[in-house]
Design a protein around this ligand. Sequence first.
Ligand SMILES: [Zn+2]
Ligand SMILES: [Zn+2]
Length: 234
Amino acid sequence: MKVRFLGTNHGMEDSKTSKNRQSILLEIGNRSYIFDAGAPVVDILEKENYDLSRVKGIFISHAHTDHIQYLSQLCSCEKINAKIYLPDFDVMGEYANKYNRKFFKICEGAFYNDLFVKVSSVKTKHLIDWEGNSICHGFLIEAEDKRVHITSDMTPNLGDFPKYLAKGERVDMIISECSHPEITDLFEMLEKCNADRVAIIHVYPEIKYDELNSRKGKNDFELILPDDGDEYEI
Ligand SMILES: [Zn+2]
Ligand SMILES: [Zn+2]
Protein backbone atom coordinates (compact mmCIF):
# COMPACT_ATOMS: atom_id res chain seq x y z
CA MET A 1 0.00 0.00 0.00
CA LYS A 2 1.00 3.59 -0.51
CA VAL A 3 0.69 6.31 2.12
CA ARG A 4 0.46 9.87 0.84
CA PHE A 5 0.61 12.80 3.21
CA LEU A 6 -1.75 15.48 1.86
CA GLY A 7 -1.50 17.60 5.01
CA THR A 8 1.03 17.40 7.83
CA ASN A 9 0.56 20.64 9.76
CA HIS A 10 -0.57 21.03 13.36
CA GLY A 11 -3.90 22.59 14.24
CA MET A 12 -2.87 26.00 15.56
CA GLU A 13 -3.77 29.16 13.68
CA ASP A 14 -0.42 30.86 14.26
CA SER A 15 1.49 28.55 11.94
CA LYS A 16 4.22 30.26 9.94
CA THR A 17 4.18 27.48 7.38
CA SER A 18 1.74 27.21 4.50
CA LYS A 19 1.40 23.50 5.00
CA ASN A 20 -2.03 21.88 4.89
CA ARG A 21 -3.52 20.48 8.03
CA GLN A 22 -3.97 16.79 8.65
CA SER A 23 -5.05 14.48 5.85
CA ILE A 24 -3.63 11.15 4.77
CA LEU A 25 -4.45 9.27 1.58
CA LEU A 26 -3.95 5.53 1.53
CA GLU A 27 -3.82 3.74 -1.79
CA ILE A 28 -4.36 0.02 -2.05
CA GLY A 29 -4.20 -1.01 -5.68
CA ASN A 30 -6.69 1.13 -7.51
CA ARG A 31 -8.68 1.94 -4.38
CA SER A 32 -8.01 4.83 -2.07
CA TYR A 33 -9.04 5.89 1.40
CA ILE A 34 -8.86 9.28 3.10
CA PHE A 35 -8.09 9.67 6.79
CA ASP A 36 -9.04 13.15 8.04
CA ALA A 37 -9.80 16.16 5.90
CA GLY A 38 -7.77 19.06 7.27
CA ALA A 39 -6.36 19.57 3.75
CA PRO A 40 -8.28 20.62 0.63
CA VAL A 41 -8.25 17.04 -0.64
CA VAL A 42 -10.50 17.60 -3.67
CA ASP A 43 -8.47 20.62 -4.88
CA ILE A 44 -5.20 18.73 -4.44
CA LEU A 45 -6.39 15.61 -6.26
CA GLU A 46 -8.23 17.43 -9.05
CA LYS A 47 -5.06 19.40 -9.83
CA GLU A 48 -3.39 16.12 -10.75
CA ASN A 49 -6.45 14.77 -12.60
CA TYR A 50 -6.85 12.06 -9.98
CA ASP A 51 -9.78 9.74 -10.64
CA LEU A 52 -11.90 10.61 -7.59
CA SER A 53 -14.13 7.57 -8.08
CA ARG A 54 -11.18 5.59 -6.70
CA VAL A 55 -11.96 6.95 -3.22
CA LYS A 56 -13.89 4.22 -1.40
CA GLY A 57 -13.77 5.42 2.20
CA ILE A 58 -13.43 8.68 4.13
CA PHE A 59 -12.72 8.51 7.85
CA ILE A 60 -12.75 11.52 10.21
CA SER A 61 -11.04 11.08 13.58
CA HIS A 62 -12.70 13.99 15.38
CA ALA A 63 -14.47 17.25 14.73
CA HIS A 64 -11.63 19.73 15.25
CA THR A 65 -11.14 22.06 12.28
CA ASP A 66 -7.63 20.82 11.53
CA HIS A 67 -9.09 17.35 10.85
CA ILE A 68 -12.52 18.08 9.39
CA GLN A 69 -12.40 21.50 7.68
CA TYR A 70 -12.52 20.19 4.10
CA LEU A 71 -15.02 17.39 4.65
CA SER A 72 -17.62 19.75 3.14
CA GLN A 73 -15.59 19.86 -0.07
CA LEU A 74 -15.56 16.05 -0.18
CA CYS A 75 -19.30 15.86 0.54
CA SER A 76 -20.14 18.29 -2.27
CA CYS A 77 -17.96 16.57 -4.84
CA GLU A 78 -20.22 14.55 -7.13
CA LYS A 79 -17.39 12.39 -8.40
CA ILE A 80 -16.89 10.98 -4.91
CA ASN A 81 -19.11 8.07 -4.03
CA ALA A 82 -17.25 6.90 -0.93
CA LYS A 83 -18.63 5.69 2.37
CA ILE A 84 -18.11 8.51 4.87
CA TYR A 85 -17.44 7.62 8.49
CA LEU A 86 -17.81 10.29 11.19
CA PRO A 87 -16.75 10.24 14.85
CA ASP A 88 -20.11 10.53 16.59
CA PHE A 89 -23.85 11.18 16.21
CA ASP A 90 -23.52 14.96 16.73
CA VAL A 91 -21.21 15.33 13.76
CA MET A 92 -23.34 12.94 11.72
CA GLY A 93 -26.44 15.04 12.42
CA GLU A 94 -24.66 18.25 11.45
CA TYR A 95 -23.51 16.90 8.08
CA ALA A 96 -26.73 15.00 7.36
CA ASN A 97 -28.55 18.34 7.62
CA LYS A 98 -26.28 19.86 5.01
CA TYR A 99 -25.63 17.08 2.51
CA ASN A 100 -27.81 14.53 0.87
CA ARG A 101 -25.49 11.67 1.69
CA LYS A 102 -25.51 8.72 4.00
CA PHE A 103 -23.05 8.94 6.88
CA PHE A 104 -21.80 6.13 9.06
CA LYS A 105 -20.67 6.27 12.67
CA ILE A 106 -17.27 5.00 13.66
CA CYS A 107 -17.51 2.36 16.39
CA GLU A 108 -14.70 1.23 18.62
CA GLY A 109 -12.88 -1.85 17.33
CA ALA A 110 -13.07 -3.10 13.75
CA PHE A 111 -15.81 -1.09 12.03
CA TYR A 112 -14.94 -1.18 8.33
CA ASN A 113 -14.00 -4.08 6.11
CA ASP A 114 -14.45 -4.11 2.35
CA LEU A 115 -12.26 -7.20 1.82
CA PHE A 116 -9.42 -4.97 0.60
CA VAL A 117 -8.88 -2.99 3.78
CA LYS A 118 -9.93 -3.34 7.39
CA VAL A 119 -10.10 -0.27 9.63
CA SER A 120 -10.38 -0.37 13.43
CA SER A 121 -10.88 2.50 15.85
CA VAL A 122 -8.60 2.84 18.85
CA LYS A 123 -10.10 5.75 20.76
CA THR A 124 -8.01 8.47 22.38
CA LYS A 125 -8.91 10.74 25.29
CA HIS A 126 -8.00 13.90 23.35
CA LEU A 127 -11.45 15.46 23.69
CA ILE A 128 -12.42 14.26 27.15
CA ASP A 129 -11.01 17.29 29.00
CA TRP A 130 -12.67 19.91 26.85
CA GLU A 131 -15.80 18.50 25.35
CA GLY A 132 -17.29 15.91 27.63
CA ASN A 133 -18.27 12.89 25.65
CA SER A 134 -17.09 13.95 22.19
CA ILE A 135 -14.98 11.26 20.63
CA CYS A 136 -11.60 11.10 18.97
CA HIS A 137 -10.57 7.99 17.07
CA GLY A 138 -7.12 6.70 16.25
CA PHE A 139 -7.05 4.20 13.39
CA LEU A 140 -5.44 0.83 12.75
CA ILE A 141 -5.50 0.12 9.03
CA GLU A 142 -4.79 -3.39 7.77
CA ALA A 143 -4.37 -4.28 4.10
CA GLU A 144 -2.17 -6.52 1.96
CA ASP A 145 -0.72 -8.07 5.14
CA LYS A 146 0.50 -4.63 6.25
CA ARG A 147 -0.56 -2.61 9.26
CA VAL A 148 -0.50 1.15 9.72
CA HIS A 149 -1.59 2.98 12.86
CA ILE A 150 -2.61 6.66 12.86
CA THR A 151 -2.67 7.94 16.44
CA SER A 152 -4.79 11.03 15.73
CA ASP A 153 -4.66 13.60 18.55
CA MET A 154 -3.83 12.25 22.00
CA THR A 155 -3.62 13.61 25.56
CA PRO A 156 -0.44 15.30 26.80
CA ASN A 157 0.25 12.54 29.36
CA LEU A 158 -0.19 9.80 26.72
CA GLY A 159 -2.39 7.74 29.02
CA ASP A 160 -4.26 6.99 25.79
CA PHE A 161 -1.28 5.85 23.71
CA PRO A 162 -2.53 2.61 22.10
CA LYS A 163 -1.87 -0.24 24.50
CA TYR A 164 -1.46 -2.88 21.80
CA LEU A 165 1.36 -0.82 20.28
CA ALA A 166 3.10 -0.27 23.61
CA LYS A 167 2.91 -4.04 24.21
CA GLY A 168 5.03 -4.55 21.10
CA GLU A 169 2.46 -5.84 18.62
CA ARG A 170 4.04 -5.48 15.20
CA VAL A 171 3.00 -2.75 12.78
CA ASP A 172 4.66 -1.53 9.61
CA MET A 173 4.16 2.16 10.28
CA ILE A 174 2.97 4.40 13.10
CA ILE A 175 1.84 7.88 12.10
CA SER A 176 1.89 9.97 15.26
CA GLU A 177 1.06 13.49 16.22
CA CYS A 178 3.51 15.52 18.30
CA SER A 179 1.54 18.56 19.45
CA HIS A 180 0.07 17.42 22.73
CA PRO A 181 2.81 15.18 24.19
CA GLU A 182 6.40 16.17 24.90
CA ILE A 183 8.92 14.59 22.55
CA THR A 184 10.64 12.68 25.38
CA ASP A 185 7.37 11.15 26.57
CA LEU A 186 6.28 10.27 23.05
CA PHE A 187 9.57 8.55 22.23
CA GLU A 188 9.46 6.64 25.51
CA MET A 189 6.23 5.08 24.22
CA LEU A 190 7.44 4.69 20.63
CA GLU A 191 10.52 2.81 21.81
CA LYS A 192 8.25 0.16 23.36
CA CYS A 193 6.59 -0.37 19.98
CA ASN A 194 7.54 -2.83 17.28
CA ALA A 195 7.26 -0.65 14.18
CA ASP A 196 9.45 -0.51 11.11
CA ARG A 197 8.78 3.15 10.57
CA VAL A 198 7.44 6.04 12.60
CA ALA A 199 6.18 9.13 10.80
CA ILE A 200 5.68 12.23 12.94
CA ILE A 201 3.26 14.90 11.73
CA HIS A 202 1.00 17.53 13.41
CA VAL A 203 4.04 18.94 15.23
CA TYR A 204 3.57 21.94 17.53
CA PRO A 205 5.39 24.12 18.35
CA GLU A 206 7.40 23.89 15.15
CA ILE A 207 10.68 24.31 17.04
CA LYS A 208 10.19 20.65 18.02
CA TYR A 209 11.40 19.76 14.50
CA ASP A 210 14.98 20.61 15.59
CA GLU A 211 14.95 17.92 18.24
CA LEU A 212 12.99 15.49 16.07
CA ASN A 213 15.56 15.85 13.30
CA SER A 214 18.38 15.21 15.77
CA ARG A 215 16.73 11.94 16.77
CA LYS A 216 16.88 10.51 13.26
CA GLY A 217 18.98 7.35 12.99
CA LYS A 218 19.01 6.78 16.76
CA ASN A 219 15.96 4.53 17.14
CA ASP A 220 15.07 0.91 16.44
CA PHE A 221 12.57 2.23 13.89
CA GLU A 222 13.13 4.47 10.89
CA LEU A 223 12.05 7.97 11.92
CA ILE A 224 10.50 10.05 9.18
CA LEU A 225 9.21 13.61 9.28
CA PRO A 226 6.91 13.85 6.26
CA ASP A 227 6.10 17.07 4.47
CA ASP A 228 2.96 17.69 2.40
CA GLY A 229 2.98 15.61 -0.75
CA ASP A 230 5.46 13.01 0.51
CA GLU A 231 4.57 9.40 -0.13
CA TYR A 232 5.83 6.07 1.14
CA GLU A 233 5.41 2.56 -0.16
CA ILE A 234 4.74 0.13 2.66
ZN1 LIG B 1 -5.32 18.16 15.60
ZN1 LIG C 1 -7.88 17.86 17.95
